[in-house]
Write a protein that binds this ligand. Sequence first.
Ligand code: TRP
Length: 465
Amino acid sequence: MAATGSCAHAHWSSRLAFIMAAVGSSVGLGNFWRFPFEAGRNGGGAFVLTYLICILLMALPLLLAEFAIGRRGQQSAVGSYHQVAVLSNRSPGWRAIGWVGMLVVFFILAYYSVIAGWIIAYIPIIVTGKLTGASAEDVGQIFANLLANPWILTAGHAVFMATTTFIVARGIKGGIELAVKILMPAFSLMLLLITIASAIIGDFAAGASFLLTPDFSKITPLVVLSATGQAFFTLSLTGALMVTYGAYSTGDVNLPRAGLTVAMSDTLVAVIAGLAIFPIVFGFGLDASEGPGLLFVTLPVAFSQMGGGGLVFGLVFFLLALFAALTTSISLLEVATSWAEEKAGGQRAKVATILGLLAFLIGMLSVLGQNVWSDIHPLGALKMFEGQGILDTFNTLLGTIMLPLMGVFVAIFAGWVASKEIFSEELNFSNPRLFSIWRFLIRFVCPPALLYILYLAISGAPVAG
Ligand code: TRP
């Protein structure tokens, strides 16, 4: 991937390669797995509208801030905050943002790989024709059986994490460009075809209206916080990841344009995925608030209705989905690897392997939470986590709470702590008014809005009774 050999300062081969890698990181399970199920759980249209507003007013400005910090810092996330703080005559202690962000990314990787493992586990199910002609009920049963089997889930998780580790350990960057340039458009096209299929077999009107018509009575603080978390998750914002990637970009990249490209392609894929899934939910009487399993009980229904062609179609779709998840997981593992490599003075292969193994072990908690430990609801006493197993708890804790919280710190650092010149030079907007808007959003919108949303959602989510 980005850095080849032992030098943490390696750069993307070209301007395009950097944008491609950033798109590759942002488009992943967050778009077609997390977005639909969070939208379904949080009332649909109201969630989607809030999510879009968050992308524009907070996530995109923060993405640009992370890019700029990385490019000026030219190091891992931790090193880049340190560098930018020192250049701004501030305490190097601000590198703590990089530290915490890196930790959050690492824990996300652990359960991300488990979900990708579910996709891998579906492949033999599709190939052996078990889905052909299956009813929505059958599909639900097939999925339930899958989750009940810790061995298959472990195998899927292991294969995915091993592949990720192998690629990061070798410092491969050529493959990512190819994957993003060819496989991701192919993936989007397949997604579009599924949307058409699901419009035919499902209830498109009900699905589209659920997703796109905001019911304002459904906007609660928790819905707003979940939408904010989703906006940050989908653009890979933790304060660490896009900093690391920004550090690999050269001075000739137009960062605002890169950020806009990433945000637009990412949003498009999420909305199409939603339009593919919800017509099936409503057409077959499934539960929109199903949770993390939503993708896995809806799309296979579409494949099952396509006759023999559904087998090939489903297989190709899941393989492409796997590539989308892989270009993301590579970025997730890259963050800690780039830091450890910097500390160890090289030895990329060794540190990547150790980190990959560690993430695999942490992910096993989420695997076993589906079966052996399915009675465990770690934070179930809190309303926000009611009924959530281990994997779901990780997802809410990290994605819904930690990401918006990290956003507060990144915004304070970029808007109030670091010197203004660093950002005006790195972002280099063609129009100075755009820089003023960016700075206004980072200083006066992100920190207060995020803190207020966090406060309302957490204080308004009493202990489950
Ligand atoms: N954006 C990725 C997705 O949508 C997930 C992801 C990658 C991520 N890197 C991240 C989420 C960093 C949070 C933080 O699949």
